[in-house]
Design a protein around this ligand. Structure first.
Ligand code: GLN
Length: 483
């Protein structure tokens, strides 16, 4: 039963082949048995899951139907869940039980999804390897010595290991797409404003966006359908109707114009990944797509701009964790300054402290113009590059990551080496565009992902291309040995 996708589960539940409670118990047992190898969960919410599953079964018995009714999922541990620890992967929030549900959590609960637990993540979503978590690193099920990517590494490892069919995640600079690539999943970062950020603990508010991680594009469509939509509680959430994402999955790709940015295929890209990306292009050509070389000339400035803007916003967002109102408080402070200093010094890990310092520096009076303002200008240039490209093509295709999943610990002494892994993903966040990563093969037993980018609100187009690709390839169906 653990091999089933969300779409298959929906059919099985509708046909009464099994109940949600049966399925939920099977997956909870699997998590208990296998997760010690992976460390993909911070909390398993067994009681909640069983009661939600029973409620979903009762709703079905009463005649209700729906693709997520009774479907087991998990939430990245930065979505607030009422009465349940919401740690953000940090010692700072280890004792924090959210007083309310995030909009994404309540929307999915209303649709009948069953929450199996909260997944591990890089502390405050800062990282690309899931090594900065207070709860320890997450292992990649394809090779337990390697990272699963981050910051949504727990959601990715759990779904890849068939502990559950799908999970929520967030993407500030690649945290849905990069772990999807490194664990052979399909992951979608929606357009900025498509999914409510209310109750999603903020890292960099102008870049953060929630989205689905699943094995197939078809499942991403189902989960996104449950997550997307206007929310008056998030002032940046956009009041645009949500299309039926499943309805366009099978659209023809005849004449689809795919842009390959020449800057994506230069030095720094593992040539074995480049080959698999080219192979995926060939498959899409067979389906009717036409390929064109394009240029994104400002791409080289994306990493420096992102690593000014994201820390700047983080330094402001994380100032609320001061040891006073909630979260970690140091022992026996001698005065207020000592309370602030030690609560933050002891509660935050090293990477979070580094980002707060970089961000505060970039925003300080003497350096604001030189760094923050400059980075914002680059951000506009990057957006302009995409707008020009989308005059010529319908989607942009390239690698999701320049390298394969690396060994746990390999980049620990070199934060910049880890930042460079985000080279292909962060531009979509800077521009607010939707992006998807889909499985495209393996090198040395480690998964490779292909990234697709589209104009604003064209999530349906991305899912359509990925779904058609998945009908003629089987990378997304392969399971890691031992899981
Ligand atoms: N690796 C990037 C960072 O550390 C992106 C993380 C994310 O998308 N949350 O900022």
């Amino acid at each position: 039963m653990h091999q089933l996708t969300l779409a298959e589960i929906a059919r099985g539940l509708a046909d009464k082949k099994f109940s949600s409670e049966e399925l939920t118990r099977t997956l909870l047992a699997r998590i208990n048995q296998l997760d010690p190898q992976l460390n993909s969960f911070i909390s398993v919410t067994e009681e909640l899951a069983i009661s939600q599953a029973r409620a979903a079964d009762a709703r079905r018995a009463a005649g209700e139907n729906g693709p997520l009714l009774g479907a087991p999922i998990a939430h990245k541990d930065l979505f607030c869940t009422q009465g349940i620890r919401t740690s953000c992967g940090s010692k700072m929030l280890d004792n924090f039980k959210a007083p309310y549900d995030a909009t994404v959590v309540s929307k999915l609960a209303e649709a009948g999804a069953v929450t199996l637990g909260k997944t591990n993540m890089d502390e405050f979503a800062m990282g690309s390897a899931n090594e900065s978590s207070h709860y320890g690193p997450v292992k990649n099920p394809w090779n337990l010595e390697h990272v699963p990517g981050g910051s949504s590494g727990g959601s990715a490892a759990a779904v890849a290991a068939r502990l559950l069919p799908a999970a929520t995640a967030t993407d500030t600079g690649g945290s849905i797409r990069q772990p999807a690539a490194l664990t052979s999943l399909t992951g979608l970062k929606p357009t900025y404003g498509r999914v409510s950020r209310w109750g999603m603990i903020a890292y960099a508010s102008s870049l953060d966006q929630g989205g689905p991680l699943a094995r197939t594009a078809e499942d991403c469509a189902l989960l996104l359908q449950g997550m997307a939509g206007f929310d008056a509680k998030d002032s940046t959430c956009i009041d645009e109707p949500v299309p039926d994402y499943s309805a366009s999955l099978n659209n023809s790709l005849e004449g689809l114009r795919i842009g390959l940015p020449k800057e994506y295929f230069g030095a720094g890209l593992d040539p074995r990944i480049a080959d698999l990306v080219q192979a995926s292009v060939k498959e899409l050509e067979k389906l009717g797509a036409v390929v064109k070389e394009i240029s994104l000339p400002n791409m080289q400035h994306a990493i420096p701009a992102y690593y000014v803007i994201a820390p700047a916003e983080a330094s402001s967002n994380l100032s609320r964790f001061d040891g006073v109102r909630f979260g970690y408080r140091c022992e026996n402070p001698v005065d207020l300054t000592d309370l602030y200093k030690r609560s933050r010094g002891e509660g935050f890990g090293i990477e979070v402290q580094r980002r707060i310092m970089v961000g505060a520096y970039a925003l300080s009076a003497g350096y604001y113009d030189a760094y923050y303002l400059q980075a914002q200008k680059i951000r506009r240039l990057i957006k302009n590059d995409f707008m020009a490209a989308f005059n010529e093509v319908d989607v942009i295709l390239g690698p999701t990551t320049p390298n394969l999943a690396w060994k746990i610990g390999a980049k620990n002494n070199d934060p910049v080496a880890e930042y460079l892994e985000d080279v292909y993903t962060i531009t979509a966040n800077l521009a607010g565009l939707p992006g998807l990563s889909m499985p495209a093969g393996f090198v040395d037993g480690l998964p490779v992902g292909v990234q697709l980018l589209a104009p604003y609100f064209q999530e349906g187009r991305l899912l359509n291309v990925a779904h058609r690709y998945q009908q003629v390839t089987d990378w997304h169906t392969r399971a890691p040995t031992g899981f």
